[in-house]
Structure formats: C-alpha cells, structure tokens
Design a protein around this ligand. Sequence first.
Ligand SMILES: Cc1cc2nc3c(=O)[nH]c(=O)nc-3n(C[C@H](O)[C@H](O)[C@H](O)COP(=O)(O)O)c2cc1C
Length: 237
Amino acid sequence: MTIIFFKVVFIVFIVIALFGFFFTRKFLDIQYRFFSWYYKLAGIEAQFKTKSPAVIKTTSLIGIVFLCFFYFAAMEDFEKKNQNAAAAATEGQKTEVTETINLEDPDMKTVYDFLKKCETYYLATVENDQPRVRPFGTIDLFEDKLYIQTGKVKNVSKQMAKNPKVEICAFDGNTWIRIEATVVNDDRIEAKQHMLDNYPSLRQMYKADDNNTQVLYLKDATATFYSFGKEPKVVKF
Ligand SMILES: Cc1cc2nc3c(=O)[nH]c(=O)nc-3n(C[C@H](O)[C@H](O)[C@H](O)COP(=O)(O)O)c2cc1C
C-alpha cells in the first residue's frame, strides 16, 4: 500500500515537472488560471506575470533530477526492507515448524509441517509410461487444503494436466514421507496470492495474475510416515 501510494505521488509530480519543462508556456497559463486568486491576494500578480519561462524550465529540470534521485533511493530502501522481512519470515517459519511437529498422531497439518521442515521434497508425475521426478519446495496450507506451486510453462505442469496422479517423497534425516494424491488446479487469484505471500522469493519470478503461476491442491491424498524400526503412520486427507 505504502509503495503504491509513493509511486502514484512520484508519477504525479514527475508528470507535472515534465509538463513544466516541455510545455512551459502552457504550464504558466494553467498555473495562472488556477492560482490567480492567490497571486492577487498575496499581491504578487505582477511579479508572476513577468516570471520567465527559463526559470520554470530550470526549476522543472531540477525537480525532475531530484525526484528521480529520491525515487531510486527510496526504491532501493524498500527493496532492502522487503528482503529483510522475507528472510525474517522464513526464519520464523522454520523455528515454529521444527518445534511443533508431532508424528505420533499425524494429520494434514503434520504433513505440511513435515514438508516445510524438509524444505525440499520430490514430486513424481507420469508422462505416458515414464515416471518423472524433480525437487520441489513450495507447500502451502490454504482453506484447509495442501497446495503446491509451479509454472504452467513447465513440463511438470503439462504432465499433471494430462494425468493428475502424483507422488511426493521427502526425508528429514530420520523419517520419510510418501504422499500419493491427485492434484487439482486452482485458478483463483487468492489461492495463488496466498502461496506467493508465503514465499516472498517467488515474487521475483511469479505474479498471481501472470497467466503462468499455477497452484494445485492435493485431493484424495494418502500420506505415510516411515521410520526404521517403527510402524508406518498413515493420514488421509
Ligand atoms: C530445492 C528446489 C526446490 C524447487 N521447488 C520448486 C517448486 O516448488 N515449484 C516448481 O515449479 N519448481 C521448483 N523447482 C524447480 C524444478 O525442480 C524444476 O523447474 C524442474 O525442472 C521442473 O520439472 P520439469 O522439468 O519436469 O518441468 C525447485 C528446484 C529446487 C532445486
């Protein structure tokens, strides 16, 4: 919100300054039309009328240079603050996840926490009669469903469109999980935005309305937690 407001203010001022620079005469006329009451009131009407276009041109040019300088400095500052906030958010998520995971009586939230803790999981799809597998990292809990994210241009997306059956595998050093599920594409902007809000680094490559970003939720899922020497724990969602 702040950044949008800032950009709007910048655009308004830069348009005024550019107008003043390139259309100085017109600029003076408009200025006089709107502010003649003030010049009269302040008793500086005569002074205003003799204002030289060169003065306006120079003032506008100085304005343009200063506006650009402040704009780029402020943007750099916004960017730094954004990156710091994103890093802090990611750190926060990691700490929370490792502390609250309980594999004894797992549910969908346990699956989410476990995948978050692993950071990387492996997503298998089917292409004709050939399995395809690749590393994935995105996982989001939205409206009580577990979402993954990809780009529509990727082969993985095309494979899921043809055959939505997938399998996911991840290992945290002690326990591993295998999830079999059917993926369902969710084209709603709010589902995509929720994912991007949870992965600020993705925002460099994806936007909720870019026609490439894709989020899919897991349906008819069976997740099984395995550890050596322990009975597997199964959760369906
Ligand atoms: C650690 C890691 C995490 C990744 N996470 C994702 C992800 O969440 N979504 C995605 O689309 N690609 C992700 N990728 C990139 C995909 O693995 C890569 O684009 C892959 O080639 C896609 O599969 P495809 O070639 O069959 O389309 C990740 C890569 C790595 C190394």
